[in-house]
Design a protein around this ligand. Structure first.
Ligand code: HEM
Length: 496
């Protein structure tokens, strides 16, 4: 019954906040659509917020103001504006907003991706970069990646022999989970060791819950009432993750034999036990960061491979061109090796084009301003949430010719790379909060796509035409394909 008392009080507070905000900032805030009392602009946002914001920005401009309940949002939708927020004023937008899902699922935002800006986040980011995501560490897992990809190819070869259709989304999801687990936890886990639904589904559920418009994020204290039932779902998924992470820590707690190699979890536990960390560091911090790495590793690269294969199946002439390049660089008597990747220029363009049209994190992860500041003549208040709509930038006809078409050749002779320097294309973000896993993510995407396309020819099942492939999206922190991608493989290589 508490909600009967609390809800009207909150509505009045929200109304007063809106009236105060309007008076204080109205003339100087960036432009935006007309708001309604209490909700602000929440009613304008549907199932695919990045697409709704894209349309609104076409009318209101590349720096747009939207209010969701008590939260002021700045939506950034052009390369020039993105550069202002992520480069020129990076330090002022390096924080993350409070986030209900990260509170429940990621141990009160003790993870890296939603951690508040400060010594803990800085040190943890350094630690993860050094112990997991540096070139040396990534190279040390090269043979493991080779082995796992070989398992994938074997499974597809079997399906090809039987003339079976394969579920590419599932296969690539499992590969990505296995590679991530071996890198982060030192060994593979069976899919049902996290939950009977398997890794990818459970991780995706967390990603979707994290991205859903949660009233608790916009009306503090309303979360107590859990009007949307999201808190209940978040607590349930958090329990699944925690049980799994606890089991991993328990397994690592046993003493290692001298000479046994230490993995990332061992290193984190050693630092915790030694007490040398200059920041608060206990088991919950380790669990939060492990979960972060798992979520980031499993979903992002696999989803990008999924979108790439879908675009290649929709554009058979591009698929043939990639295969021809592979035949020339690698030859038809062996599989692709990681060392080949640097010579595959056309594949690189294909992947850039996929990131342009299907960025897996279309609004990046929300940033938050630390101080009041002025950008392009607009007042950006302290504690505003900033979302950079890279989906809108990627499809903006002012930035790209034939923006909606899949044309990898547009990158011939282009200086644009994926490292966060060219704000037309920033699928990994840019600046201090940019993705620390970019190198690993790119290796995985390039290697898996190259292998799938080099080892097999692909056709669509049941006489489906390329134009009939469903390209609809399912919104989450990572935007996945709404339906799984299925195709029929046939072997191309003459392996000895
Ligand atoms: C195709 C692969 C990937 C893509 C497209 C991608 C994209 C992104 C994006 C857009 C962000 C947010 C940047 C921002 O808010 O400005 C991010 C952050 C992050 N990514 Fe990735 N990522 C990928 C792979 C990975 C991998 C493999 C890992 C690690 C195993 C990883 C770990 C992280 C972490 C920890 C953050 C949060 C950084 C922070 O807030 O300080 N990512 N990523």
């Amino acid at each position: 019954m508490a909600w009967i008392l609390v809800t009207p009080a909150l509505l009045i507070l929200a109304y007063l906040f809106q009236a105060w905000s309007k008076k204080k900032f109205e003339r100087r805030l960036p432009p935006g659509p007309k708001s309604i009392p209490v909700l602000g602009h929440l009613h304008l946002i549907g199932k695919n917020p990045h697409q709704d914001m894209q349309k609104l920005a076409e009318e209101h401009g590349p720096v747009m103001y939207l209010r969701f309940g008590f939260v002021r949002n700045i939506i950034v939708s052009s390369p020039q504006a993105a550069k202002q927020f992520l480069k020129n004023y990076d330090l002022n937008f390096v924080n993350r907003p409070p986030h209900e899902a990260a509170k429940y699922i990621s141990y009160d935002q003790r993870n890296l991706s939603f951690g508040s800006y400060g010594p803990y986040w800085r040190n943890m980011r350094k630690l993860c970069t050094l112990e997991l995501l540096s070139s040396t560490k990534i190279n040390s897992f090269k043979s493991m990646r080779k082995e796992e990809i070989r398992f994938l190819v074997d499974r597809i070869e079997n399906a090809a022999r039987e003339h079976d259709t394969v579920d590419l989304s599932d296969l690539v999801g499992s590969l990505s989970a296995d590679v991530s687990c071996r890198m982060i936890f030192g060994k593979k886990y069976e899919d049902n060791e996290i939950d009977e639904r398997g890794f990818k589904v459970v991780i995706q559920e967390g990603m979707q819950l994290a991205a859903l418009p949660n009233l608790g994020n916009f009306f503090p204290y309303l979360s107590l009432l859990d009007l949307q039932g999201l808190t209940k779902r978040m607590k349930a998924v958090a329990k699944v993750y925690d049980k799994f992470l606890q089991k991993i820590l328990d397994e690592h707690d046993v003493l290692k034999e001298p000479g046994q190699t230490k993995d990332f979890v061992d290193t984190m536990l050693d630092i915790m036990k030694s007490g040398v960390a200059e920041f608060e560091f206990d088991r919950t911090h380790i669990k939060a960061v492990l979960l972060d790495m798992l979520a980031a590793g499993v979903d992002t690269a696999a989803t990008t491979v999924d979108w790439t294969m879908a675009e290649l199946l929709r554009n058979p002439q591009v698929m043939r061109k990639v295969q021809n390049e592979l035949a020339q660089v690698v030859g038809m008597d062996r599989m692709v090796d990681e060392s080949d990747l640097t010579s595959l220029e056309y594949l690189d363009m294909v992947i850039k084009e996929v990131f342009r049209l299907h960025p897996v994190a279309p609004l990046l992860i929300p940033h938050r301003s630390i101080e009041d500041c002025e950008i392009d003549g607009f007042f950006i208040p302290k504690n505003s949430t900033v979302m950079v709509n890279i989906y809108a930038i990627g499809r903006d006809p002012k930035v790209w010719t034939d923006a909606e078409k899949f044309v990898p050749e547009r990158f011939v002779g282009s200086h644009i790379d994926l490292l966060g320097r060219d704000f037309e294309l920033i699928p990994f973000g840019s600046g201090r909060r940019g993705c620390p896993g970019i190198q690993l993510g790119l290796i995985m995407v390039r290697l898996v796509v190259a292998q799938l396309v080099h080892c097999f020819d692909w056709t669509l099942p049941d006489g489906m035409k390329p134009s009939e492939i469903d390209m609809s999206e399912e919104f989450g922190l990572v935007v996945t394909r709404a339906s799984h991608l299925k195709a029929n493989p046939s072997c191309r290589l003459q392996l000895n």
